[in-house]
Design a protein around this ligand. Structure first.
Ligand SMILES: [Zn+2]
Length: 63
């Protein structure tokens, strides 16, 4: 029996929510989800805005 070539890698790995690392249920068709819920997506969006704002405040204003 030769099982070489088999690995855990694959395209069907269960993804994790980018915000809370919770398990995601991917739809069989269509876009893959990145967040487990709308609230996680919203929180991640706010995080990004805050980070960007902090970066702007930390840097020199170019205006
Ligand atoms: Zn989540």
């Amino acid at each position: 029996m030769d099982t070489r070539g088999y690995s855990c890698e694959g395209t069907d790995l269960p993804d994790r929510c980018k915000k809370c690392s919770g398990e995601l249920t991917q739809p069989t068709a269509g876009r893959r989800r990145q967040y487990c819920s709308d609230s996680c997506r919203q929180l991640a969006y706010v995080d990004r805005r805050v980070q960007r704002l902090a970066a702007e405040l930390a840097g020199d204003p170019t205006e």
